[in-house]
Design a protein around this ligand. Structure first.
Ligand code: HEM
Length: 146
């Protein structure tokens, strides 16, 4: 599967396309929660762990908030809006120093998880659509020059 990472130019926010509805239909809400949980577990073992919550309870809550968002953006119930309010993702990421390198690491950690879903039978079309969303929207979160 060609999970390409687009080069990010600081301050440039390319247009974002949401994942196709098939992604949520195929993976399911619980599948998305598992995916996000595994991604956070990888973050905890990575070079970007320091910008994420260190406290176990806060870390567990971060998984819930993130999964709420991803289910919502994939066309599911508006869990994030209900529990956290308007997404305003750029603003919510502003307190954290996110460099192009941090975004790259964050994306790289998703790759084996999406390959795993492919092995489990999720279609490449759906996975590439989800990846496309992550790849582009993650550029928006870069707020610190390397
Ligand atoms: C597609 C791109 C991304 C999406 C959709 C996304 C989504 C989210 C969401 C929904 C939250 C929880 C916000 C809240 O409840 O207040 C969050 C928090 C956070 N994100 Fe992201 N994020 C993205 C990219 C990134 C990247 C590239 C980094 C850093 C490398 C990052 C670092 C963080 C940090 C440090 C937090 C705060 C702790 C936490 O709640 O997890 N995010 N993100």
């Amino acid at each position: 599967m060609n999970l390409e990472i687009t080069h990010a130019q600081f301050g440039v926010r390319p247009p974002v396309v949401k994942p196709i509805p098939e992604f949520l239909i195929e993976v399911g809400e619980e599948g998305i929660r598992t995916l996000i949980s595994k991604h956070y577990d990888k973050i905890r073992e990575s070079s970007i762990a320091n910008i994420f919550p260190q406290d176990a309870e806060e870390f567990a809550q971060a998984k819930v908030n993130s999964a709420d968002f991803f289910i919502q953006i994939c066309g599911g119930p508006k869990y994030f809006n209900t529990n956290r309010g308007a997404p305003q993702m750029v603003g919510r990421h502003a307190p954290f120093r996110i460099t192009a390198q941090a975004r790259q690491t964050w994306l790289e950690l998703y790759k084996p998880l999406l390959e795993e879903l492919k092995e489990q039978g999720i279609t490449e079309t759906s996975l590439l659509s989800f990846w496309g969303y992550l790849n582009i929207f993650s550029i928006w979160m870069i707020n610190t020059q390397s």
